[in-house]
Ligand binder design. Structure first.
Ligand SMILES: Cc1cc2nc3c(=O)[nH]c(=O)nc-3n(C[C@H](O)[C@H](O)[C@H](O)COP(=O)(O)O)c2cc1C
Ligand code: SF4
Length: 449
């Protein structure tokens, strides 16, 4: 059984309220941190090896140490609660069921960064969670954990919640900052990075909800203790939102030493593939990361068991690996059509492109049209190469990584399932009613022993 650091108390009745949360040991990390210097808090986070849980996996302590400190200029912490990546729904769970954990983590992090005004930018659709967070902020303030001179420490901090308008691009940190400032959520050209010029041109750190919640056990247990959980550069625990064709979809807090096979088939986690079907493929880190066929998902190209962590999931690069990303684990069984799945994702990215750069604005639309053509039985063989060519021209040529996020799913689908695309072209009527069947996949489909 994996150690639980974030969700250990999530099922305690009434944990959403301040009284129960405090009774269960809540806010002790704030008491501890306020007795440390701000540099010491940053140092603990560095020692923990915590990597950002929003997708890129950048070391949190290092990010904090980059924040500029010009004399007399306020600094800000912004928590990214936009969570719009298809397949990702872990932050929602944390905020809904144990909101004080985020508020506690924010107070410690704000102290470390010198932020007297911090923000939670939450996706517009999470309206009911906005109310839950505001209630938790009011309770924390009423009990002296927010506001002026917190617990007599001389540190002041306010937290405000800002709802977004429902655009995926506002999860990208610079688009989020634009939106927080009341503008259209267009990503900014970097540099300057938010650590130098963020909200209202002030030094800003943007961190994911789960990253900031993890600061609580790091301060409580110490950075070194936290770093003992996990493996390699994948320290601590990770929340995984598992969905698709599995018996037990849900949120799991895992120790990053377990194998992908155990995660999918063990009753402690996903409980195996639903309806007795077989595993065909998986998108292991949210919709933007490369899809992997079952054989490469469970075992790396070196023949080692693939583990649920940053290094192992990306082992082999994009040729044979994928990414941990945001932890949105989407499982596809033998009946799922890869072309249809890729087309659905392409529609999403075309819709969510902000339109600032032409490779993304035009390329996402072209990819959607070509995929629709192939999916509806009107495709030609040359379309597959054209798709490949378009995604190559988007990747790395845009202002923000949404372009890459749109290109990678298409590239991986063609790389690993080209035969399925060709089958669609060769069977223009059959592909409308039938999926590319199990018989074609003897080598790729996993049969549990
Ligand atoms: C298109 C796009 C959408 C993103 N959406 C989110 C999101 O919903 N939540 C999030 O934490 N990070 C998201 N990110 C990553 C953020 O830009 C940023 O790297 C992250 O919030 C940093 O937090 P971390 O270091 O704690 O992971 C997104 C990035 C891109 C390019
Ligand atoms: S890559 Fe796409 S979403 Fe990002 S700035 Fe360019 S057009 Fe906008």
């Amino acid at each position: 059984m994996s150690k639980k650091l974030l969700l250990a108390k999530a099922h305690v009745p009434g944990i959403r309220t301040y009284e129960v949360y405090r009774h269960e040991g809540g806010y002790t990390s704030v008491e501890k941190a306020l007795k440390m210097t701000t540099d010491e808090v940053v140092e603990e986070v560095k020692k923990s090896g915590l990597r950002g849980r929003g997708g890129a996996g950048f070391p949190t302590g290092m990010k904090w140490s980059f924040i500029a400190k010009p004399e007399g200029v306020p600094r800000h912490l912004v928590v990214n609660a936009d969570e719009s990546e298809p397949g990702t729904f872990k932050d929602r769970y944390l905020m809904e069921f144990i909101p004080h954990l985020l508020i506690e983590g924010m107070i410690v992090s704000s102290y470390a960064l010198g932020s007297n005004v911090s923000y939670i930018y939450i996706r517009g659709e999470y309206a009911w969670i906005t109310n839950i967070l505001e209630q938790a902020i009011d309770e924390a303030k009423a009990n002296g954990w927010l506001g002026k001179n917190i617990q007599g420490s001389g540190f002041d901090c306010e937290i405000y919640v800002q709802r977004g308008g429902g655009a995926y691009i506002c999860g990208e940190e610079t688009a989020l900052i634009e939106s927080l400032e009341g503008k259209r959520g267009n990503p900014r050209i970097k540099p300057p990075f938010p650590a130098v010029k963020g909200v209202w041109e002030r030094p800003t750190v943007v961190n994911n909800v789960e990253s900031i919640a993890a600061v609580v056990p790091i301060i409580n247990e110490g950075g070194e203790e936290y770093a003992k959980i996990g493996i390699g550069r994948s320290t601590g625990t990770k929340l995984i939102s598992a969905c698709g064709n599995i018996n037990k979809p849900g949120i799991y807090e895992i120790d990053m030493t377990i194998s992908v096979e155990e995660f999918i088939y063990s009753d402690e986690y996903c409980g195996g593939i639903a309806n007795g079907k077989k595993l065909k493929a998986c998108i292991p880190g949210g919709s933007s990361v490369p899809i992997l066929p079952a054989n490469l998902l469970l075992t790396t190209a070196k023949g080692e068991k693939r583990l649920m962590n940053y290094e192992s999931l990306s082992d082999g690069g994009f040729a044979t690996g994928s990414m941990m990303g945001s932890g949105g684990f989407i499982v596809l069984d033998e009946d799922q059509c890869i072309v249809r799945n890729t087309y659905t994702l392409a529609r999403f990215y075309r819709h969510e492109s902000c339109g600032q750069c032409s490779p993304c604005r035009e390329g996402t639309g072209w990819m959607e049209k070509i995929l629709q053509k192939i999916e509806t039985g009107k495709g030609e063989m040359s379309d597959i190469d054209l798709l490949w060519d378009i995604q190559r021209k988007i990747e790395g040529n845009t202002i923000c990584p949404l372009g890459d996020a749109a290109a990678w799913p298409v590239a991986a689908a063609i790389r690993h399932f080209r035969d399925e695309f060709e089958w669609h072209v060769n069977n223009p009527t059959l592909c409308l009613t039938e999926n590319y069947g199990l018989r074609h996949y003897a080598d790729k489909i996993h049969v549990p022993v």
